[in-house]
Design a protein. Sequence first.
Lengths: 223, 254
Amino acid sequence: MTWKQVFTSSVGKKLVMGFTGIFLILFLIVHVSLNACIWANDGGDMFNKGAHFMGANWVPRILEIGLFAGLIIHIIQGLALELSNRSKRGIGYAVNYGNKGSKWYSRSMGLLGTIILLFLILHLSNFWFPNRSHQGFLLGEEINLYQKMQEVFSELWVVIVYVLGCISLGYHLAHGFQSAFKTLGVHNKRWHALISIVGYSFSIIVALMFALMPLSFYFGWIS
Amino acid sequence: MEHYNMNLTLKIWRQKNKDDKGGFQSYQVKDISSEMSFLEMLDVLNEQLIHSGQDPIAFDHDCREGICGMCSLYINGKPHGEWKGNTTCQLHMRAFKDGETVTIEPWRAKAFPVIKDLIVDRSPFDRIIQAGGYISVNTGNAVDGNSLPINKDKADASFAAAMCIGCGACVAACKNSSAMLFLSAKVAHLALLPQGEPERHSRVMNMVAQMDKEGFGACTNTGACEATCPKEISIANIARLNLEYLTASIVAEK
């Protein structure tokens, strides 16, 4: 089997989505854990120290390139798959199959992913881009990200968009987490039960924690 | 169960041939017995059409006992109708109420073009099987059936996958028109048995390649196929197929 065959067949494309998906899930764990430092209630000291480590150290900055690569592959492959899969039916049904055998969010991964992508554009332009451009895209001095969060999350529409982004992420993960492991070949009942419990819990916890961040700032739950 | 007769309105897809645009046409059937099978009900309608000089509705059928995989039909939004783990020929009219409107469509997938009315061309499945869904056997005396020990759990899983009758309901139900459940059943069935071992890696590679060539979509693990499969083939077979593919990519000599 050539590399082209491995990754460009219909199963191969799933493997690409699964591998990058799990990689992005790992990133979410780092991201949500670090951001949870805002709840230390110390005026953002602990959070800014964490942010400083991530932003002004070569190791995470090199890993950041890998993160973007994984993200871009996941997005492009996902959109390409969605468009290609949609073109396979031809004439549609007069009566739709609907929810008889699958969950709406399992069938809407392309839509949920697109919402997350739009949210990401806003999110990166709120934090990542201003900070990196302030740093000259190298290891220069950073902006105070805690203050930036306070500023960004003082606007209601931004908070609403963030919460909607988190809800989309939660549903995307509810399908994606389990699906990624099935794509990598996990197939016995014992493991299916485990990944389904872990997958649902992960989706709810991560989406909820992220959503609570803008809400905490907006409603002044942290000092 | 109480027997009753019913009158139904049938909305059926009519299409003269592959190139015809096609469209829905409504028909009335009267005094249909609740004990008839769905295909017998269509036979009644076809008798009516023939008597009135019209072209009868073309639909696939063969054994009419749920084992051959010939019958199809997307009935009221579900392949093989509402009943779980059931083929169209085993769907009985007691599943419907008097006065109901029933919409009957062919399988919809570009890879399964309509030949006429409700009949679609399912030869892509034959070509997928030809690409690797077999084992090579030496000629000569038949080997004693019990000479080759096979793990019971594996034999059971293999038999469960071998239940697939290749009807194509999985493709019809899948939002991506993917044939992955069919393919995975065929791959898993042989991969689990020692007889399937010699062609194990080439089988999965060639069958996946043929499926892609036929123009089916990719799988996104939604589970719609498993829910509609008349033989209740488990979607776990798709995960097994993925593992077979990944393993083949790592360990195959070529």
